[in-house]
Design a protein around this ligand. Structure first.
Ligand code: IPD
Ligand code: CA
Ligand code: CA
Length: 272
């Protein structure tokens, strides 16, 4: 993508992201409509829908040729890897939004010809905006984030993943996760994939592992992470296609290879 086009889109998207945060903050004390989706733990509220619709309307009005890949169904049904695609999660961490009224984020990515160009993760309650443009660095509000460590002992590392990875499963080898948990210094779980990847980008955590995430959960945060020289792959070490769902392992360079080779490569059982 041309640098000027990227900057113009960045400014426009930033305005929408900040506005979406304002709408969410204004709605915090209203009565919520909360529904469960297919999985019992998968929630959606009236605010998730309102925010997604807000982005879809603005994007379609301003960039009619762009496609939108989003969680709540207001985006496009058919996405090809060509052209410009927006990956949008109106609220990542809906369970936290409902239960805690904090620890959730708006996540917006712009992908052009399959390449992540612009990423925004907005921690709405803290009013912290993480952003990045490809090859132009990553920022926390207006402060540039430094590059991540390249050397780290596993024993010193702090990781994050959900408790479900430690539960019995036909699809994954829980023992591998137990071995990792025993090896590293600490394991945390925040409940928002976007914010957990951002914590890695900020150097507050050394890695994040998840078994099944969608493009809107991860695209924007990966774009930010790339700018601080973090690594994002599938858990078997394979490259991520930003339009596909799948496992994810993000970390600094110091521990990525060790964890993939020693713990995660065969973590996903061969039968699936
Ligand atoms: C969820 C969160 C959560 C992760 C789930 C995601 P949502 O997104 O990121 O941390 O474990 O897999 O689906 O539903 O709150 O947008
Ligand atoms: Ca999400
Ligand atoms: Ca969501």
């Amino acid at each position: 993508m041309n640098e000027n086009v990227r900057r113009e889109m960045y400014d426009q998207a930033k305005e929408w992201v900040l506005k979406s945060g304002e709408i969410i903050r204004d709605s915090l004390n209203e009565q919520r409509i909360i529904k469960s989706k297919e999985a019992r733990n998968d929630l959606v509220t009236d605010v998730d829908k309102k925010i997604e619709l807000f982005f879809v309307k603005e994007i379609k009005r301003t960039y009619p040729k762009h496609l939108i890949l989003s969680e709540e169904g207001y985006g496009d049904k058919e996405i090809t890897g060509n052209g410009t695609v927006w990956a949008i999660d109106p609220i990542d961490g809906t369970r936290n939004f409902v239960n805690q009224k904090k620890n959730f984020a708006v996540s917006v990515a712009v992908i052009h010809q399959g390449v992540g160009e612009i990423g925004f993760i907005y921690d709405v309650i803290e009013e912290v905006l993480y952003s990045a443009r490809k090859s132009e660095g990553a920022y926390k509000n207006n402060k540039r984030l430094g590059n991540l460590e390249v050397k780290k002992e596993l024993e010193e590392a702090s990781l994050s993943f959900n408790h479900e990875l430690l539960c019995e499963s036909d699809a994954f080898d829980r023992n591998a996760m137990e071995r990792i948990a025993n090896k590293v210094r600490s394991v945390r779980s925040k409940g928002s994939a976007a914010l957990e990847i951002i914590q890695v980008a900020e150097g507050l955590s050394d890695g994040y592992i998840a078994k099944k995430l969608s493009p809107w959960d991860v695209a924007a945060a990966i774009i930010v992470l790339n700018e601080v020289h973090g690594i994002a792959t599938r858990t078997n070490g394979n490259k991520i296609n930003l339009f596909e769902e799948g496992t994810i392992f993000v970390s600094n360079k110091g521990i990525h290879k060790q964890i993939v080779l020693n713990y995660l490569k065969d973590w996903q059982r061969k039968l699936i």
